[in-house]
Design a protein around this ligand. Structure first.
Ligand code: GDP
Length: 197
């Protein structure tokens, strides 16, 4: 599945330049610096697919790329810069809402959460948006190599509790580390199972 040729690439910064739907889409979202590019690269085994510029104020884009014929990965722009202007937050929300609306081939959004920090208010806003849009999502904890094992376990339990009453949340939380590779093959299996549905 993840060995397929990387083909189609598309960047959309506005609602009116989203690519036509093809295959199954899986999207990745998270606060800036959560480790999204690293995880997407670890998942796909490609270093160049997710190149996130860390320059604040850079154009926010949805980046689409195909892995073989069946799977399209969508890299969502990072959110939650402390210094982000209101207008920037509003344009992020507009773009994401436009994308989520009627995206019938979007199988799941992976919401990445830093295992050291847990769910922050702007993460909860994103989960609200996904719940309201009835788009299935799964929380992935990143940088799982950082906390002590007991702290990571507590973080998983706490996150699970926070998701329990959210209608669109997938109940299994994946702890991962792009650095050690922990959880990456499990996440691949989750995605493969989604495609088989
Ligand atoms: P993005 O902004 O969400 O795309 O995040 P990046 O993938 O660029 O990573 C942001 C920072 O976190 C970089 O300094 C990475 O080296 C670091 N990072 C990413 N993944 C991991 C991880 O699994 N473990 C640790 N300890 N650091 C990581």
């Amino acid at each position: 599945l993840f060995a397929g040729e990387a083909g189609f690439v598309w960047a959309a910064s506005k609602a009116d330049n989203l690519p036509p739907m093809k295959g199954v889409e899986i999207a990745f979202a998270g606060r800036s610096n959560v480790g999204k590019s690293s995880l997407v690269n670890a998942l796909t085994g490609r270093k160049t697919l997710a190149r996130t510029s860390h320059t604040p104020g850079r154009t926010q884009e949805l980046n689409f790329f195909d892995l073989g014929e069946a799977l399209r990965i969508v890299d969502m722009p990072g959110y939650g810069y402390a210094a982000a202007a209101k207008e920037k937050v509003a344009s992020w929300t507009r773009l994401i809402k436009a994308y989520l609306r009627g995206r019938a081939n979007l199988a799941r959004v992976y919401v990445l959460i830093d295992s050291r920090h847990g769910l922050k208010p702007n993460d909860l806003e994103v989960l609200d948006l996904l719940d309201v849009s009835a788009v299935s999502y799964q929380v992935v904890l990143t940088k799982g190599d950082e906390p002590k094992a007991a702290d990571l376990d507590r973080r998983i339990a706490e996150t699970q509790a926070a998701l329990a009453k959210r209608p669109a949340a997938f109940p299994i939380i994946r702890p991962t580390s792009s650095r050690t590779g922990e959880g990456v093959s499990e996440l691949r299996s989750d995605i493969a199972r989604l495609l088989a549905e």
